[in-house]
Design a protein around this ligand. Structure first.
Ligand code: ADP
Ligand code: NA
Length: 317
């Protein structure tokens, strides 16, 4: 049995934050009072979280020459970046406030390349790169019995969801809004959770999880995790010959007020895959994830607020 190794095929961004005195009106030009540049992109965030959690992880994706510092940041955090391509003619993807420039993340080689996943036991995917690349990785991995984890963010279109190869997917990770969007795209009747849902958020998500499992377009063998922000998570694991395993875990107790929830979902996904790679029991994996997320939301930023495995275990005990 080879040691566990995860491939993340995903996005790498430079996140640029402009602090403005007010939201810019159409046609208006104002000066920003502050500017910050941080490494980001869901592929980068999640691979960083896998590495911080102690997992062996390769990140495969594309950046421009302006993004070599992001590559160095990831490498310093323990991510293996030898598969990262630095493109001469593209700029690194950028998230500027709310406007996303896809940049090098959407680069597709003109010649088809042989996809070799033989050195991996796990594959972690998001939806910030061209969908055909994600699908090719997913179906290839499934045919090699690699454990596959998908966080469909941003959400796919209705037709993409209906033709998605769900049978190739071991684990789906969504938040409550994504779950409702996915479910209605697949034709089940549901509504998007509203903020008035409050305490009932969990009950609604549990019902949605059951509906998704039973949906004819979805795979009955895929396990599902739905993250519920401050209300923690619910998980659903269909098991052959055993009753379905459904459970809820509350968010870990915070030691400080919430400061910044950016990248908390990515922290969860990365820590989750690292837990699977370590062969831990599901509930133990999830408790570690929730503690990592608590630490993440207590401080500013995404990757920079991801704790190491030791820090997480110290708080857990
Ligand atoms: P996403 O960013 O994908 O919507 P969530 O907001 O559900 O993800 O956050 C992922 C996890 O981070 C949650 O399951 C929870 O453990 C933790 N978390 C997020 N927001 C809070 C919060 N306000 N208080 C405590 N924990 C939180
Ligand atoms: Na944070």
């Amino acid at each position: 049995m080879p040691a566990s190794r995860c491939l993340v095929r995903g996005s790498i961004n430079i996140d640029e934050f402009f602090h403005l005195p007010h939201i810019v009106r159409p046609g208006e030009t104002i000066s920003s009072t502050d500017f910050a540049r941080k490494p980001g992109g869901k592929g980068a965030n999640q691979s960083y979280a896998v590495a911080k959690a102690g997992g062996q992880v390769d990140l495969d994706g594309c950046i421009g020459q302006d993004g070599t510092w992001v590559k160095e940041y990831l490498e310093a955090g323990g991510v293996d970046v030898h598969r990262l391509q630095v493109l001469k003619d593209e700029v690194t993807g950028r998230a500027i406030i709310q406007i996303l420039h896809k940049g090098a993340n959407f680069y597709a080689p003109s010649e088809p390349q042989q996809l070799d996943l033989s050195s991996y036991t796990h594959l972690l995917l998001q939806n910030e790169i061209p969908l055909p690349i994600t699908l090719e990785h997913l179906t290839t991995a499934a045919s090699h019995s690699i454990t596959t984890v998908f966080n469909p963010s941003p959400m796919l279109s209705t037709s993409e969801l209906r033709s998605f190869p769900w049978d190739s997917l071991s684990w789906l990770i969504v938040n409550e809004g994504e779950l409702a969007d996915l479910l209605s795209a697949l034709g089940s009747s549901t509504s998007r959770p509203s903020s008035s849902e409050g305490e009932n958020l969990r009950g609604k998500a549990e019902e949605d999880l059951r509906l998704l499992h039973e949906n004819q377009h979805f795979s009955s063998s895929t396990s599902i995790i739905c993250t519920l922000g401050a209300q923690g998570i619910i998980y659903f694991q269909p098991r052959s010959n055993l009753p379905v395993n459904m459970g809820h875990l509350p968010a870990a107790k915070l030691q400080k007020p919430v400061k910044d929830t950016t990248g908390a979902g990515d922290c969860f996904a990365g820590y989750f895959v690292a837990g699977l790679m370590a062969g831990l029991e599901l509930e133990e994996v999830l408790r570690i994830c929730l503690t990592a997320c608590a630490i993440c939301v207590e401080s500013a930023g995404a990757m920079e607020s991801y704790a190491s495995r030791d820090e997480v275990l110290k708080r857990l005990n």
